[in-house]
Design a protein around this ligand. Structure first.
Ligand SMILES: [Zn+2]
Length: 406
């Protein structure tokens, strides 16, 4: 292979040269990026720090194209007091919320924006009212590439405050977020806008941005290097399903490169009121009729996950499973993570530890297995959850003279 990478359809296996496509021209299936792993196995060593340490396994051709804010190299911490409390001596946290904008989406934004720069794009567009919107806007600002971001009609200004700070062009779409037909029309509209204007489509799903999503693989590569081996089990929050499925691809690549001697089992953690991937996995199907979403976990409220089918496939191929976690467990564990591990994370991150706790209690996870929970976003991201978590905190007002006597 002369090029650094090529594209391949995940359904019909058709291979294509690098091109700006998001779906297979032959069958419409999802696209994946393919590298010459046999060659890399003998010729390549990771070098440098952060996400770009794995440059040879990322779909950016020139190092000069890189857009970076120092992403990657996030801590992998042992479970500590929380692990002991749960009877999980092998528990670990991959603290990926320690990122430039406070979420793992920075790995996607770094590669997407580098790709946009390399392919001569002059602007970008996406839909997101949360972590992806903040990441893309920050990296777009750093790259000098203007962006248009389409947000929920009722996105509270407090929720999109971080996004607004970077000043992308923002549009609230009438009905987006509570009318499924509008959700589909919005995605199609953004895709068509990008095609017509020659902009980069930045929606953070493999279905829409298979090249940019490759950035997330580095999270798995780091985890293996930090542990010195593959984890036994990886707990992943599942909204759209892209994170879980691309991590599975990463572990398979790392295995093919001879850097780990076995593969982990992947576990999908979803909220009980909105668990399409867990339901599809349980039913032994690839997808189902869309059920309404009643979950409350911000970032995971997707009734029709764009990469759901790929996530279910990863659960099956890895011998993993899905866990539907009651939302109250997730909020409780969010507090436990802060109070016993010092980790201030958003509910969509805490759900992984809540799922591990549930699995330990119900016998699906052994205490000595190395289980890595992916902590995706910082606690600041969802302030109403923080406010609920701290509503009972009382702060007595005292006189300065009284302090020494306390
Ligand atoms: Zn195809």
């Amino acid at each position: 292979m002369n090029d650094k990478f090529s594209l391949r359809c995940l359904d019909c296996q058709t291979t294509l040269a690098d091109a700006a496509i998001t779906a297979c021209p032959a069958c419409g299936g999802p696209i994946e990026v393919v590298y010459d792993l046999d060659h890399l196995r003998t010729s390549w060593e990771p070098t440098g720090r952060g996400l770009w340490r794995y440059f040879d396994l990322l779909p950016v051709k020139s190092r000069d194209s890189r857009v970076t804010l120092g992403e990657g190299d996030t801590p992998l911490l042992p479970g500590g007091r929380l692990g002991q409390q749960l009877g999980l001596s092998g528990l670990h946290f991959k603290v990926d919320c320690i990122s430039p904008t406070g979420s793992y989406k920075d790995r996607i934004a770094a590669v997407s924006m580098s790709r946009a720069r390399e392919t001569g794009k002059t602007a970008w567009a996406a839909t997101s009212s949360g972590n992806a919107g903040a990441s893309l806007s920050a990296y777009g600002a750093a790259a000098g590439l203007p962006g248009a971001l389409f947000v929920l009609e009722k996105a509270p200004r407090a929720k999109i405050a971080q996004i607004m700070t970077y000043r992308p062009r923002l549009y609230a779409v009438r009905g987006l977020g509570f009318e499924p037909a509008v959700d589909v029309m919005t995605l199609d509209g953004v895709r068509d806008l990008c095609e017509r204007r020659g902009w980069m489509l930045m929606i953070t799903a493999r279905r829409y941005n298979p090249v940019g999503m490759e950035g997330v693989k580095t999270l798995a590569f780091e985890t293996c290097e930090q542990l010195g081996r593959a984890p036994d089990v990886v707990y992943v929050p599942v909204g759209g399903g892209g994170l879980l499925s691309i991590l599975w691809k990463a572990y398979q690549e790392w295995y093919a490169l001879g850097r780990i001697d076995r593969l982990p089992r992947m576990v999908a953690a979803q909220g009980m009121g909105c668990s399409p991937v867990v339901d599809w996995w349980q039913a032994g199907r690839d997808d189902n009729p869309i059920a309404p979403c009643h979950g409350s976990i911000s970032g995971l409220q997707l009734a029709a996950p764009p990469d759901g089918r790929l996530a279910v496939r990863a659960l099956r191929e890895s011998g993993g499973w899905g866990v539907a976690v009651p939302d109250e467990n997730t909020y409780r564990v969010q507090g436990d993570l802060a109070q016993t591990a010092g980790l201030f994370v958003e509910p969509a991150a805490a759900i992984t530890a809540a799922a591990a706790a549930l699995d330990r209690a119900e016998g699906r996870l052994r205490g000595d297995e190395t289980a890595v929970c992916i902590l995706t976003g910082l606690g600041f991201k969802v302030m109403d959850a923080v406010n609920r978590l701290t509503a009972d905190v009382e702060i007595p007002l005292i006189e300065a003279e009284a302090i020494a006597g306390l």
